[in-house]
Design a protein around this ligand. Sequence first.
Ligand SMILES: [Mg+2]
Ligand SMILES: [Zn+2]
Length: 191
Amino acid sequence: MNKAVFLDRDGVINPLVYNIDTGEYESPHYPEDFSIYPHALKSLKILKEQGFIIIIISNQPSYAKGKTTLENIKAIENLLCIFSEENGLLIDDYFYCYHHPAGVIPEYTKTCRCRKPGTLFLEKAIKKYDLETEKCYFIGDQDTDIKCGNAMNMHTIKINNKHSLKKSGTEIPNYFAADLYEAAIRIQTLN
Ligand SMILES: [Mg+2]
Ligand SMILES: [Zn+2]
């Protein structure tokens, strides 16, 4: 059996972006707003060296909510793929949910099981990669991420991102970290 680190994307791999319309820090809506944290490369390398499969699990409801286009969302995803491939395939797989229960685009407006804290993507990944969940980690900056990992009996690490504090609730992770690098070092220590 294999082990994986599941990563939330926004606020973990890339910074959240200030949205002047809502006054909040949100997922990037345009490829030109997307940047990767400088520490992401060395963090992902540490996790790969530990023998983990690296899988992104991300909610991307911005198109469903009418905030951007599907093309922009895909262009951003492609930038992360390019980063991964240029660095020796750091990320093995990506699972994106485009739905939102209160969207404005009918075909993407629904209550689904893939939107975190729904665990459908985790269930799929566990089967696809024959994962031993007790050896897996879920790293994210919101309660929904920690709920996901906890529900599947994975170790959970909460990234303390000041821009996502509003979406931080009462779900208790196994560990806290300031950023992805601190989380990667923690996992290295535990292995
Ligand atoms: Mg996030
Ligand atoms: Zn979904």
